[in-house]
Design a protein around this ligand. Structure first.
Ligand code: NAG
Ligand code: NAG
Ligand code: NAG
Ligand code: NAG
Ligand code: NAG
Ligand code: NAG
Ligand code: NAG
Ligand code: NAG
Ligand code: NAG
Ligand code: NAG
Ligand code: NAG
Ligand code: NAG
Length: 743
């Protein structure tokens, strides 16, 4: 059972070192997620997360070993050290971060150094080892380098590892240090015996390991690199939401740790950097509480997205590559440069931008001018000499260009496909996330029409799209909406599948007999006794020549959240009714007949697919398998709420009440789905701020909540996936709340 113990301590430390003696408030947070202990430390000089992993009696020792990770948002930098017991018995070494005279448990490092433009900053504290140990592998530099080792096939890069020096420190201690490829920044990690006169760390220079006896050791982790400026909770939230700082200190402290003046970060510790999709989905869901205006969290998100847009084709950047890893990748391309890199593999990310801009400018129209006249280039040098207005126009042009063919001819060839060179392209960005599908459900049925509606709205908003260009943006004020309507009404059918109830029953039986991770009841009684079961494929054109990937999924929530147009025809209206009813069914039917487990809604379920290959790929250990993602719960909950609100909207042509609102069986079903979902969200409150969680099942124990990182990877995947203890978009429950009127 995963338990989060939370301690938040804010203490005032007098800055003993600063240029001035102004106070430097430290904010600390301890999040226990066994076998992981997470410690956050932020003050006016730097921001740090430390993760101590120590195997539990029931840990799988091939996956979980003693480890210390230090992660810094600045430069997406970090340190990872792996430890082994000297007696060679895996599982016998436990490590722990303890309170000491130094810190409770962390204390800051702040060391201005002659010859270095930036002070050395980081954290120190005392580690306890219950047995004699060896530090076997140190990785110093970028979190990306660490992830290549922990998530990839244990990759270590010679050019990075060979630059590590191990030297004697303070008589009995040892220091690992590495000069980055930029020739300027140095990362250091020091271990010194603490209050024990007789211990002396042994250094093995040949293989750069150190060994030492059991007991207490001071560690210090630092680097000299320009730091980011964190937004305190009072600047992340709008004024009307300031009470949340007292009411939900745990969530608001985490949100603040992930929020900086120039960007919001996706997750801690693995994704302490810019991700376009994560930050925009978060900003959309957090809208009621997020600060707006100059220097606000909302503008940090929009600015960070506009800044690195590909100026040639209008793609929105998925992930930035900064710090030591940027220099490393440049070197791989025979370029000597520390310039950051920007990647554009995702096809969904382009569409969130106009939706977010339209949402923002409709509530803050006075920000159109100040925000869009800003010059790009401070982050992405390639966009120097362009303004944010130029970049948002190029993005809108991209969307108008690539959505045009389908408006003329509604063929599957004209639907939006993944980029030819990529096997991922939307949020399920793992090898089997879409089962190899090339045409994803979310992008085509939800994001494209929503982006077109938003472009229409932005084209009607004075000052957003310039008029003095080759593009006639005035015409978008009407053409984008009529095109959106085509995408709204003509895409669902490509993904819709009817299966007879008896076929569905036999598929469920086959699933429980063959799946390696579930052999419980089929829950087939929740299916209709006869007639059809309607479902929607997660994507079209999957691996193994599957024309559609018939995995039951939660991406239906995107359609509910993003699309609320009125159907023009009876046929479109009937389609909408089938869709919302099927989505509600997927919520109210227990797994494996539906998506609902005692751990809440899984994001994918292959049980009704009738495909053995999908059953073996979409498991409880797959990153996008039968696992629970917090942000998907938030989006589905908000989506259902938005749709239910339409039943009460006033009768005018633009927001006519959907036909299904008048069909009492459907309306009751949707209402029930909303409450079933919220009951499960409330039952999962301890997991809710994490990225993703899973479960295991046996007939004796039933379902048991299990961290994803504790499960061995599914076949064909090189390593399991460790969840982030805090994920930006999982903090959206600060704004997404149960609507008690919908009981
Ligand atoms: C360590 O110190 C912190 C802050 O004072 C406190 O909350 C925590 O309980 C202490 N931990 C232990 C194990 O005493
Ligand atoms: C090393 O010794 C110096 C001087 O006594 C002290 O300031 C510093 O904290 C020590 N470093 C560690 C890591 O113990
Ligand atoms: C620790 O061991 C090293 C040899 O590995 C020796 O040079 C050093 O003097 C020892 N330090 C103390 C304080 O005993
Ligand atoms: C590592 O050792 C080499 C050789 O002594 C030295 O040139 C280099 O500056 C050292 N690097 C660091 C980061 O201490
Ligand atoms: C760092 O120094 C090395 C050796 O002088 C040089 O080859 C390399 O190009 C430098 N790297 C950068 C990013 O300046
Ligand atoms: C490192 O070298 C030392 C001394 O040669 C040896 O005892 C130890 O086993 C080596 N450790 C590793 C992890 O290779
Ligand atoms: C931007 O898009 C163009 C056209 O698709 C492509 O050639 C270029 O490589 C992209 N730029 C980057 C930095 O990926
Ligand atoms: C970099 O240079 C090396 C040696 O000249 C060459 O083998 C390699 O193909 C080059 N790599 C790239 C990406 O150009
Ligand atoms: C902006 O800079 C790029 C690259 O330096 C250059 O190719 C382009 O012509 C410039 N554009 C304008 C509008 O000045
Ligand atoms: C959109 O299409 C027009 C006409 O083919 C082309 O000139 C323009 O470069 C395209 N823009 C983008 C961002 O794709
Ligand atoms: C742009 O489109 C609008 C609306 O379709 C039209 O009235 C206007 O004449 C067009 N402007 C130009 C310069 O073609
Ligand atoms: C599924 O069945 C419904 C009737 O229950 C029908 O209206 C719809 O067209 C069918 N969908 C497909 C893709 O055949």
């Amino acid at each position: 059972m995963l338990a989060f113990l939370v301690a938040i301590v804010a203490l005032w430390l007098q800055s003993a070192w600063g240029q001035n003696s102004a106070s430097c408030q430290a904010v600390t947070q301890h999040l226990s997620d066994p076998p992981y202990q997470n410690y956050f430390y932020s003050d006016c000089n730097s921001d740090t997360q430390a993760v101590v992993t120590s195997p539990l009696p029931d840990s799988k020792l091939s996956i979980i070993g003693p480890r210390l990770v230090i992660a810094w948002p600045a430069g997406n930098s970090g340190i990872c050290t792996f430890f082994q017991p000297q007696n060679g018995l895996n599982g016998s070494l436990a490590i722990e971060l303890v309170n000491s005279t130094l810190g409770s448990p962390l204390a800051p490092v702040y060391r201005p150094t002659r010859g270095s433009q930036y002070a050395f900053v980081g954290v120190q504290g005392v580690l306890s080892f219950n047995a004699s140990a060896t530090l076997t592998i140190p990785i110093l530099g970028s979190v990306r380098t660490i992830r290549d080792f922990t998530e990839g096939p244990s990759l270590l890069r010679p050019i990075i590892q060979e630059a590590i020096n191990v030297t004697r420190t303070n008589g009995t201690g040892a220091t690992f240090s590495r000069l980055w490829l930029d020739n300027v920044t140095t990362t250091t990690f020091t271990l010194v015996p603490y209050q024990s006169m007789d211990s002396n760390i042994t250094i093995h220079p040949q293989n750069k390991t150190i060994s030492f006896g059991s007991g207490f050791y001071t560690f210090s982790a630092s680097f000299n690199y320009p730091q980011l400026t964190q937004l305190p909770p009072s600047r992340v939230l709008n004024r009307a939401s300031e009470d949340l700082i007292q009411e939900q200190p745990d969530e608001t402290t985490s949100l603040s740790f992930l929020s900086y003046t120039e960007k919001l970060l996706a997750g801690a510790w693995r994704f302490l950097t810019y991700f376009g999709r994560d930050s925009m989905i978060s900003a959309l869901l957090l809208e009621p509480i997020l600060s707006q205006g100059n220097g606000s969290a909302t503008e940090a998100v929009i600015g960070a997205v506009l800044e690195p847009i590909n100026r040639t084709d209008g793609s929105v950047c998925h992930e930035e590559t900064i710090g030591d890893y940027a220099t490393y990748l440049n070197l791989q391309n025979n370029i000597t440069s520390t310039a950051p890199g920007f990647t554009y593999p995702m096809i969904d990310t382009d569409y969130y931008l106009p939706v977010l801009m339209a949402q923002y400018f409709s509530s803050s129209p006075d920000r159109v001018g100040p925000l869009l006249s800003r010059r790009a280039g401070s982050i992405d040098p390639q966009n120097r000499n362009l303004t944010y207005a130029n970049l948002s126009l190029i993005n809108a042009q991209r969307i108008m260009n690539i959505t045009a063919p389908f408006a003329l001819n509604q063929s599957s060839a004209n639907l939006i496909h993944l980029k030819p060179e990529d096997i991922v392209g939307q949020w399920r960005d793992s090898t089997y996330g879409l089962g190899g599908g090339r045409i994803p459900f979310d992008v085509n049925t939800a994001l494209v029409p929503a982006a077109l509606r938003a472009i229409g709205q932005l084209a009607r908003t004075p000052g957003v799209y310039p008029h003095n260009t080759r593009v006639n943006t005035t015409s978008w004020a009407t053409s984008a909406d009529s095109r959106a309507q085509v995408w709204e009404e003509s895409t669902l059918l490509f993904f819709e599948t009817n299966t007879t109830a008896s076929t569905a029953r036999s598929r469920l039986q086959h699933f429980v007999e063959t799946a390696t991770f579930y052999d419980g009841p089929t829950n087939a009684s929740s299916l209709p006794s006869s007639g059809n079961v309607t479902t929607y494929s997660i994507a079209l054109q999957g691996y193994n020549n599957l024309s559609s990937v018939d995995v039951l999924h939660s991406d239906t929530g995107f359609r509910l959240f993003f699309v609320n147009a009125t159907s023009r025809t009876l046929e479109a209206s009937a389609q909408e009714t089938r869709f919302i009813n099927a989505t509600a069914n997927s919520m109210t039917r227990p797994f494996p007949a539906g998506l609902m487990t005692p751990q809440s809604m899984v994001v994918a379920n292959p049980a009704l697919s009738g495909s053995d290959v999908l059953i073996s790929n979409f498991t409880n250990a797959a990153y996008h398998g039968t696992v629970i993602w917090s942000f998907q719960l938030a989006m589905m909950a908000k989506g259902l709420e938005r749709q239910l609100a339409r039943c009460n909207s006033s009768m005018n042509s633009a927001t006519a009440i959907p036909a299904w609102c008048g069909i009492s069986s459907v309306r009751t079903n949707v209402l029930r789905a909303y409450n079933v979902l919220w009951d499960s969200i409330e039952a999962s409150s301890v997991q809710l701020q994490g990225e993703v969680w899973s479960w295991t099942y046996s007939n004796s124990t039933g379902f048991v909540t299990t961290p994803l990182g504790a499960l061995p990877p599914p076949p064909g995947v090189s390593a399991g996936t460790e969840s982030d203890v805090r994920q930006l978009w999982s903090l959206t429950f600060l704004a997404v709340q149960r609507n008690r009127i919908l009981r």
